[in-house]
Design a protein around this ligand. Structure first.
Ligand SMILES: Nc1ncnc2c1ncn2[C@@H]1O[C@H](COP(=O)(O)OP(=O)(O)OP(=O)(O)O)[C@@H](O)[C@H]1O
Length: 292
């Protein structure tokens, strides 16, 4: 079911991070009193720090409500942390003006779990993919049409599908279209929030293979949010395990899967489905080594 991680060169290891997240805190109002003032807060993210290098993938894993999506949204300034700092491409995104943050949308973007919801049902596919080009580039109509055709072809769709609506596609095709749209401005970072969770198992591998190929071609970095450890094992170079807003453990994928330090990580791993239960005992020997 999972794509095979292709072996790449190790040259990125020594690179300085494109993303540095330090001491992030975020709470939400859970309940308000009769005067409308906050009475109870959810501490969604507590002291979260990690880095991500160019061309690499950091998975953020953990059970529902662990704070994974909130971290992903803060990385792109779609949510503002209460405390902490985020440096993206060397700049502090929390200190940027709104105009600078808009420019950042060219270089850093997001793919969501449900591609149908992330595409406007009333817009033709070609229009949806062209939208970021209208917003962020000076390409003229002809240039945009050529770029959209090239993007759709790259993600495995035909040019003639440009003039169709989202409801005419399968879930896997829609996620490919959402990826084409995300690629339009040639981003260097994509936050992928459960990008294949809504897809059939057979389609998950195809979409992840596409993301991996794009990473190899374009040196894109991914923050890969998932609760599916089997996919994370195949796809990520580094893993951050979260629970109740906090980091439990962080490290290279092979260390987290082969030699987890924390009880919670061990529990998560032991709950991981195994294709053939008789191989459970030897699972640690079958870990696919991510590129290093
Ligand atoms: N906009 C919001 N308003 C209020 N509470 C929120 C908001 N966003 C997230 N939360 C709360 O913050 C906590 C963390 O949520 P978050 O969605 O980040 O977790 P998650 O690990 O991504 O979960 P899931 O895998 O279910 O998406 C949860 O308790 C959630 O209810």
């Amino acid at each position: 079911m999972c794509p095979r991680r292709r072996v790449e060169s190790g040259r990125n290891r020594a690179m300085s991070p494109i993303l540095e997240v330090d001491g992030l805190m975020k709470s939400f109002v859970k309940k308000r009193n009769v005067f409308g003032l906050p009475a109870e807060r959810t501490h969604a993210v507590k002291d979260v720090s990690f880095t991500l290098e160019k061309g690499r993938t950091r998975a953020i894993v953990g059970e529902s409500g662990a704070g994974k999506s909130t971290v992903g949204r803060m990385v792109l300034r779609l949510a503002v942390p209460d405390e902490g700092s985020i440096r993206l491409f060397g700049d502090s995104i929390l200190e940027m003006s709104a105009a600078q943050a808009r420019k950042l949308r060219r270089r850093a973007t997001m793919i969501f779990q449900d591609p149908f919801n992330s595409l406007d049902p009333r817009m033709l596919i070609g229009e949806s993919v062209a939208e970021p080009l209208v917003l962020h580039t000076s390409l003229d109509r002809g240039g945009r049409e050529r770029k959209v055709a090239e993007l759709l072809e790259r993600v495995g769709l035909r040019k003639d599908q440009i003039e169709k609506y989202p409801h005419e596609f399968s879930g896997g095709q829609l996620q490919r279209i959402a990826i084409a749209r995300a690629l339009a401005t040639e981003p260097e970072l994509i936050v992928c929030d459960e990008p294949v969770a809504a897809l059939d198992v057979s389609i998950q591998a195809q979409v992840l293979n596409l993301l991996q190929d794009l990473q190899s071609e374009r040196q894109i970095s991914y923050v890969f949010i998932s609760h599916d450890l089997a996919l994370v094992k195949m796809f990520a170079h580094d893993v951050t395990v979260m629970r109740r807003g906090e980091i439990v453990e962080s490290g290279p994928t092979e260390q987290i899967f082969d030699d987890p330090r924390e009880t919670y990580t061990k529990e998560l791993l032991s709950a991981m489905p195994v294709m053939n239960p008789r191989r459970r005992a030897s699972r640690s020997k079958t870990v696919v080594t991510p590129s290093s």
